[in-house]
Structure formats: structure tokens, C-alpha cells
Design a protein around this ligand. Structure first.
Ligand SMILES: *[C@@H]1O[C@H](CO)[C@@H](O)[C@H](O)[C@H]1NC(C)=O
Ligand SMILES: *[C@@H]1O[C@H](CO)[C@@H](O)[C@H](O)[C@H]1NC(C)=O
Ligand SMILES: *[C@@H]1O[C@H](CO)[C@@H](O)[C@H](O)[C@H]1NC(C)=O
Ligand SMILES: *[C@@H]1O[C@H](CO)[C@@H](O)[C@H](O)[C@H]1NC(C)=O
Ligand SMILES: *[C@@H]1O[C@H](CO)[C@@H](O)[C@H](O)[C@H]1NC(C)=O
Ligand SMILES: *[C@@H]1O[C@H](CO)[C@@H](O)[C@H](O)[C@H]1NC(C)=O
Length: 626
């Protein structure tokens, strides 16, 4: 009896232990998948915060995390909150699908691009804030299946397509404003409950939810739907009335699969039908072609939304005031030779969004039978008076330098302020430095970096000489405002001299200078500071931090130099060019002078440029440009 009881006891203990072990093993497994997902995320993004060195070891330990931005619930990751740390890159499509217990995801205020992540199957997800990024593509329909979603913030991105029919009863906060969404807003109980400004500033949303009838936006109701699928050549024209074209496109998605079924069973019949449809289409196509050319010639109002600016903005100024000085309809050119187009042709031309920043939206516009130009549509400048605006633009329009993007024209109206620049084909310095990190990236060699820095220094020196009475001649020096043309010879500076027009100075790069953050004062020396930061970005390959709680880049580099880690600060991409290390560090020294905390200790732009010119460009590197 006694021995039997003992045996039973052993058995029970053994069973308990094995159950415990088994449960530990499964925990362990979950944790591995989560960690792998986060590591995948870490490696596809870059940021001013070094996630690479911080996201090491276990993400969760005893309910707490030592990883920046991660919160845990037990040993599972429950929150990923990385806000305003200049994350760049795009999210791998399924990066989060294994973070099973995720409930709070916020990546707001970064510079992420690409499609929104797939969040299907995340049963506990409540908060999704991806606002203030550069996400593009459409809002995934799967988001409507996330059961516990109660807060979705997607505003200020570049999203297009239509809004899926969200109807989760718990969804109480929702914002998709400032995107390029179009089509009818689905009339679900839940979407109806949000205020209109959740949908503001999109390309062409309509429907009862936002109180804007859908029909009005369709200029040629009978002809429009067949046109989109029939004649792709007319795509530019079709985008003019986006809502009509897009709603026309949605049903056609269902088309191919339905047709395929058909094809499998009754091929012959299908061919006949196709021929019949084709024949029936001929007159419609002819009609469309006729309408298309007719409209082009007639300068009708139907194309008015290509730039997203209603023609009325330009005309209103014209009509309401008979007098000439109030005239808002025409573009003011600075160079007669470049005055080859007018407001009309500008608004009729196809426009592509190049970027959306603090100052407004930038478009590349291909003028019909004319040049390609860059159009900057300023936002938040409604307070600026006409005279002030004109004076400033007259000043800037006279500037000519091989390292400045030339301003061709401007237009001032009550509702819109446009600045039209020469279009420089190429990429921004920011893109060249930070995009496509990882495999497949072509590294940017030292020679290229040096010649870019030299060009910028020349351009800035010119600007400082030409705008001597300005408090800060450029005021917005940062890598995204430097365009490197495709032939690589001249880096061109853009976005200069706009500070006097902007009430919100804090949006400009000049706000990074220490004197600005302390006393809200800025001078030419603040430009020098920003230029110093730019050099550091070029040499280290890291984006300078704007987070006040982080060690600023100049200090961090000073620290590194003091500790003899000097080559640690150099961008890994050019560390192999050992023979140039000395010159690279010379440039770092110049940058550190530019970023002295005390503005009086910083050199003037002319001196900076002179010192930089003294650094010789390596012979071998020359070829890398061509
Ligand atoms: C990551 O950074 C945070 C905040 O700076 C710090 O508290 C933590 O110890 C770091 N973790 C690791 C593993 O270095
Ligand atoms: C998620 O985990 C499963 C199981 O380990 C794995 O097969 C899959 O590749 C993971 N998905 C991602 C996107 O990492
Ligand atoms: C989600 O993250 C935000 C940003 O840090 C925080 O304010 C909020 O309290 C978090 N919500 C939950 C439910 O954890
Ligand atoms: C959204 O934009 C992408 C890329 O710009 C384009 O390929 C796609 O067709 C657009 N989708 C819709 C629905 O307009
Ligand atoms: C949305 O949800 C509500 C309440 O759960 C339900 O009454 C309604 O039928 C659903 N669908 C739409 C299209 O509103
Ligand atoms: C949506 O976002 C925009 C832009 O950030 C903001 O102006 C608006 O107030 C927001 N609406 C709601 C309902 O939160």
C-alpha cells in the first residue's frame, strides 16, 4: 500500500513537471517568433535612435522591456511605440503578424514609406497610429477585420484608393484626413459617427457621410465608366475626375476572376461575346476620343483638379475685383524666356506628388507642349499679405547660381500660394544617403560626398552674399532640400528664403540651432549651424536627432573623437576608403566648428566654404560620378 502510494506520488510529480516544461517550451516558442518579427522590423528601418544596438537580448523580461519603444504584458510584446524618431524605410508586409499580443502600435510622425503593414489576425490590437508618415497605396481591407480596433489614425500620409467599410463597434476614434483618398465613404454605422474633419483634405471623397454628393464630381456620366478600362492611353485625362475613374475601376477588379470561370467552361461562346462587345465598343471609343480632344481644345473646366487646385481660385480673384492690381489669375515670371505657359496650361497638365512637407506639397508638373516644372503649393501662409509675398519672391526670383534651384514664377491668390521652380531631375541628398539601406544599395563614395558638400557650400555662400539683410538667408537647410541632379555635377539647394513668409518658423530646419530653441532668435550663423549638421549627416550617414532628450549629433561626435573612436563615426559605406580617412575627419572638424553652441564662435559661410575647398577630391573618386 505504502509503496503504491509512493509510486503514485512520483507519477503525479513527474506529470506536473512535464506539463510545466511543456508550457515553458511553448512560451519560449511564442517569444522566439515575436522576437524574430521585431528583429526583422529593426533591420528594415533606420532611425536617429540606434535600434540596432538597443534591440538586443530578449524583448520582454519579467513583464518589462529594455528595448526602446516596446512595452510588454507578461512575457509578450503588447506595445510598439516609436514616435517622431525619423524612422525611415518601409515595413516588411508581414512584419507584425507574429506579434500576436500586440495591442498598441504607434509609429506616428516618422518618415516611413511603402504600403501599410498587414495587421490581419491581430486579435488584441486596439490602437493603430501611423499618421504623419509617407505611407502610400491603399488602406488594406483586412483592417476591417481587426476585431478590437478602437483607434485608427492614418492622417497625413500619401494613401490613395477608397476607404474600406469599417464597422467595428468599438472604433471610436478615426482619422484619414490629409491623404489622397477618393471615392464614396462607405455608409456604415461607425463611419457615420465620425466628424467631417476625420476625412478632410483628400483627393475626392464623397458620400452622405461627409455631406458631399458623389454624382457631382462625374463630369461625363455616360462616357466615363467605359473609358477607363477601354483606353489606357487616356489615363492622364481620366485622373482629372478621380472619383469617377476610381469608382469605375473598383467593380472591374471583380471582372477578371468572373471571366476566368467563364473562359474555362465556354471558351467559344466567350470569344463570340468578346467580339460582340469589342464591336459595340468601337463607337464608344470614337466618342471618347472625340470628347477627349474636344475638351483639350475647348479648355473646359473638367480637368481642373489635376493639381488639386480648383480653377476657381484663380478666376475668383479676377472677377471679384475689376482692378488690375488685385488680379490673381496669372503667373508672374522672372525670366521672359521661361514664360512659355500660363495658369491654364499649368492646371491642365498632369501633376505627380513628389513630397509633402511642413511647407506644403511639392508636385512635378509636365506642362503640355512645355517644360517640366516643380510646383510648390505652400500651406499655412494665408496670413501673408500680397505685397509681402510679392516682394520676397521678387527678391528670390533674381537669384541665379548653379547650386540653387531657380525660381521661375509664382502665383498669389487668397486661397493658394504657388512657387514654380525649375525641375531638376534627380534625387534628394536625403534619399541618396538613407534610402534602400541593406542589400542592393549602391554606396555613396567619399568623392561624391565631398563634391556635394562643396557645391552646397558654394550655393550657401552665394545666398548669404545676396540676401545680406535677411536674418537667416536660407533657414531650411537639410538633406531633403538638396537635390542631386542625375548627372551628379551640381547639387542644387531648394526651399531657400521662405522664412519671412511663414508664421510657423518651428517647421523649418533653422529651429534645430541651439540659439533658436533657447531664445527664438536666429541669424546667418544659424544657417551655418544647420550646414554643419548636414555635413555630419553626410559623413556619418546618420540623420541628426531632433529629440531634445537625445544627445545631439555634434556632441556625440565630439565625445567619440575625444575617446579616439574617430573612425567609428564615419559612415560604414566609406570606411573602407582608408586612404581618405584623414580628409573625412578634416571635414568632420569643419562641421564641428560650424556647430559650436555659441553662434559667435562659428565661422562665416565664406570661411567655411574656403576651408572645404582646400580638401582635395580624391583622384579615383572622380569616375564614380560618371
Ligand atoms: C535601450 O535604450 C533604453 C533607453 O535609452 C535603455 O534604458 C536601455 O537600457 C537600452 N537597452 C539596451 C539593451 O541597451
Ligand atoms: C511567423 O511564425 C511562423 C511560425 O514560426 C513562421 O513560419 C512565419 O514565417 C512567421 N512569419 C513571419 C512574417 O515572420
Ligand atoms: C499607447 O501608446 C501611446 C503612446 O505612447 C500611449 O500614450 C498610450 O497610453 C498607449 N495606450 C495603451 C492602451 O497602452
Ligand atoms: C495608388 O498609387 C499607386 C502608386 O502611386 C498606383 O500604382 C495605384 O494605382 C494607385 N491606386 C489607386 C486606387 O489610385
Ligand atoms: C454595422 O454595425 C452595426 C451595429 O453593429 C449594424 O447595425 C450595421 O448593420 C452594420 N453595417 C452597416 C453597413 O452599417
Ligand atoms: C484629423 O487629423 C487632422 C490633421 O492632423 C486634424 O486637423 C483633425 O482635427 C483630426 N480630426 C479628428 C476628428 O481627430
Amino acid at each position: 500500500m505504502n509503496s503504491e502510494a509512493k509510486a503514485l506520488l512520483w507519477l503525479v510529480t513527474f506529470a506536473l513537471i512535464s506539463i510545466l516544461c511543456a508550457s515553458m517550451v511553448t512560451k519560449e516558442e511564442l517569444y522566439h517568433e515575436e522576437r524574430n518579427s521585431l528583429i526583422q522590423l529593426r533591420d528594415s528601418l533606420s532611425s536617429i535612435v540606434n535600434l540596432h544596438s538597443n534591440w538586443t537580448g530578449p524583448p520582454c523580461y519579467k513583464g518589462r522591456s529594455r528595448w526602446i519603444g516596446i512595452t510588454c504584458s507578461g512575457s509578450n510584446v503588447a506595445g510598439i511605440v516609436l514616435e517622431g524618431i525619423q524612422l525611415t524605410g518601409s515595413l516588411p508586409p508581414d512584419a507584425l503578424s507574429n506579434v500576436t499580443y500586440l495591442s498598441n502600435l504607434s509609429l506616428r510622425n516618422n518618415a516611413l514609406h511603402g504600403n501599410l503593414p498587414n495587421l490581419d489576425g491581430l486579435m488584441y490590437l486596439q490602437i493603430v497610429d501611423l499618421s504623419l508618415n509617407r505611407f502610400s497605396g491603399s488602406i488594406p481591407t483586412e483592417l476591417t477585420n481587426v476585431p478590437q480596433l478602437n483607434d485608427l489614425q492614418l492622417q497625413d500620409n500619401l494613401l490613395n484608393g477608397t476607404i474600406p467599410p469599417f464597422n467595428q463597434s468599438g472604433l471610436f476614434s478615426f482619422n484619414v484626413s490629409h491623404n489622397f483618398l477618393s471615392g464614396p465613404v462607405p455608409e456604415t454605422e461607425v463611419l457615420k459617427s465620425f466628424p467631417k474633419n476625420s476625412f478632410d483634405h483628400n483627393l475626392g471623397l464623397c458620400g452622405d457621410v461627409i455631406g458631399k454628393p458623389c454624382n457631382e464630381a462625374r463630369p461625363v456620366p455616360p462616357a466615363a465608366p467605359p473609358r477607363a478600362p477601354v483606353s489606357p492611353r487616356h489615363a492622364p485625362a481620366a485622373t482629372a475626375h478621380a472619383p469617377a475613374a476610381k469608382t469605375g475601376a473598383t467593380p472591374s477588379k471583380a471582372g477578371p476572376s468572373a471571366l476566368q470561370l467563364h473562359r474555362n467552361s465556354q471558351l467559344e461562346a466567350w470569344k463570340l461575346v468578346a467580339i460582340a462587345i469589342g464591336a459595340a465598343m468601337v463607337p464608344i471609343i470614337l466618342f471618347c476620343l472625340f470628347m477627349y480632344f474636344h475638351r483639350r481644345n475647348k479648355n473646359s473646366k473638367q480637368d481642373e483638379e489635376l493639381l488639386g487646385i480648383p480653377m476657381a481660385y484663380f478666376e475668383k480673384a479676377d472677377k471679384s475685383s475689376g482692378s488690375k492690381e488685385q488680379k490673381g489669375g496669372e503667373l508672374e515670371f522672372f525670366n521672359k524666356e521661361k514664360a512659355t505657359f500660363d495658369t491654364d496650361s499649368l492646371l491642365r497638365s498632369s501633376a505627380v506628388v513628389m513630397g509633402k512637407g511642413g511647407l506644403g506639397i511639392t508636385y512635378r508638373v509636365t506642362i503640355e507642349l512645355g517644360p517640366v516644372v516643380t510646383v510648390k503649393r505652400l500651406r499655412n501662409v494665408s496670413a501673408v499679405g500680397r505685397k509681402e509675398f510679392m516682394q520676397q519672391l521678387q527678391l528670390l526670383g533674381k537669384l541665379r547660381h548653379e547650386n540653387l534651384v531657380e525660381i521661375i514664377a509664382y502665383n498669389y491668390s487668397q486661397e493658394e500660394k504657388l512657387i514654380i521652380y525649375d525641375y531638376v531631375p534627380g534625387s534628394s541628398l536625403c534619399q541618396l544617403l538613407h534610402d534602400n539601406k541593406g542589400a542592393g544599395r549602391t554606396p555613396l563614395p567619399w568623392a561624391s560626398r565631398l563634391s556635394v558638400v562643396k557645391g552646397i557650400a558654394r550655393g550657401l555662400t552665394y545666398l548669404h552674399q545676396c540676401l545680406p539683410f535677411h536674418k537667416v538667408p536660407h533657414a531650411n537647410i537639410k538633406s531633403s532640400n538638396i537635390i542631386i541632379s542625375n548627372n551628379y555635377h551640381y547639387p542644387k539647394i531648394t526651399d531657400y528664403g521662405l522664412q519671412p513668409l511663414l508664421p510657423h518658423v518651428h517647421r523649418l530646419a533653422v529651429a534645430r540651432s541651439p540659439e533658436y530653441s533657447e531664445s527664438k532668435k536666429s541669424t546667418c550663423k544659424s544657417d551655418v549651424y544647420c550646414f554643419g549638421l548636414l555635413i555630419l549627416e553626410v559623413v556619418t550617414g546618420k540623420v541628426p536627432t531632433e529629440n531634445p532628450e537625445e544627445v545631439p549629433m555634434p556632441q556625440w561626435i565630439r565625445l567619440a573623437l575625444k575617446n579616439e573612436w574617430s573612425t567609428d563615426v564615419l559612415d560604414l559605406e566609406m570606411v573602407s576608403e582608408v586612404e581618405n580617412h584623414e580628409d573625412m575627419l578634416k571635414l568632420v572638424e569643419i562641421a564641428l566648428e560650424c556647430t559650436e553652441l555659441d553662434p559667435d564662435k562659428r565661422p562665416k559661410m565664406t570661411e567655411v566654404a574656403k576651408k572645404i575647398e582646400e580638401i582635395k577630391e580624391p583622384r579615383s573618386g572622380r569616375n564614380s560620378w560618371v
